[in-house]
Write a protein that binds this ligand. Sequence first.
Ligand code: SF4
Ligand code: FES
Length: 257
Amino acid sequence: MATPVMEKSDQAPEPGFADSPYITVTFRVRRFNPEVAAEATWEDFQLEIDPKERVLDALHKIKWELDGSLTFRRSCAHGICGSDAMRINGKNRLACKTLIKDLSPEKPITVEPIKGLTVLKDLVVDMEPFFQAYRDVMPFLITKDTNEPTRERLQTAEDRERFDDTTKCILCAACTSSCPVFWNDGQYFGPAAIVNAHRFIFDSRDEAGEQRLEILNDRDGVWRCRTTFNCTDACPRGIEVTKAIAEVKRALITRRF
Ligand code: SF4
Ligand code: FES
């Protein structure tokens, strides 16, 4: 298939701006449309683009100006909603937080869907197994007190600090879909579910830690983790995912949390 190219004249800087920041970049995008073909293929798009822009900006340009059928998820465009995790140059990242200049743009930049989840179309995967694992760990505060509290549930700054890191999760799935155990066995809860279980297991106000630990003691639970650190490397929020998993493993052995 001929490479769609955005003409330089479309994007050229205003006259008088001799130091154009624009460079030509090839985006090699994994395309899949089950209504057209059974197999995914690569398609190249060339853009004249400022390398200080983000991969999400490039995908928007492709969609709006070259091929409106290109399909991907995004919402906030600012690293908050977690909807645009994708494999960029072979690494899981958020497209909205990845600058083109940081990707060696003199070579084609590859953009693919995250791995381990069924691809629905182009860069969009079926997130349901991921969210089912999240729901399975009961990601909400549980107390045994049947009466509505008359005041807020207090905790010390130290107690709050205990699970601060895992509150930062935006459920982007970059960790889970970078995990080789998850690729090989879609039954594994995966790092993101464990991170979100950790967030409540170590919350002094919560009273269902034992239940969550038993859920993760399952054959598809924390013991599947092989400590490859892929998850920690992939997390766009800088969460120490492997450390959180290790803390859950330790809590399962000691029953102290
Ligand atoms: S732990 Fe990090 S990589 Fe995993 S889902 Fe949460 S934010 Fe995304
Ligand atoms: S679009 Fe929301 S995190 Fe990137």
